[in-house]
Design a protein around this ligand. Structure first.
Ligand SMILES: [Zn+2]
Length: 100
């Protein structure tokens, strides 16, 4: 953040991972951390689980404003994480950020 590198993509994947970790640790930060792509404070992180009490889920992390986000990955559901049983989640068809 704030660092300029020649040839860097408009969106830096590292910034996304940093934002992900922040919101992962405290879900309430989703409304305070700026989206690395558009700057909006509308990041969403939710976990899709097969059963309500599963420890692991598929983490979907995206920005509600510009609809960009990370490729969903398996992760343990953190204490403050929003969890949805598969089929009940509402995740938009967002564009995946890739590291090239
Ligand atoms: Zn955004």
């Amino acid at each position: 953040m704030g660092e300029h590198r020649k040839g860097a993509a408009v969106t830096d994947l590292d910034d996304w991972y940093r934002a992900y970790r922040t919101v992962y640790e405290d879900a309430s930060r989703g409304r305070t951390v700026a989206c690395p792509h558009c700057g909006a404070r509308s990041l969403r992180l939710l976990f899709v689980v097969r059963n309500q009490d599963d420890e692991d889920g598929t983490a979907a992390f995206w920005c509600d404003a510009c609809l960009h986000g990370l490729m969903p990955t398996r992760a343990p559901v953190p204490p403050t994480g929003e969890r949805y049983v598969k089929g009940t989640e509402s995740v938009p068809d967002y564009s995946l950020i890739t590291g090239d």
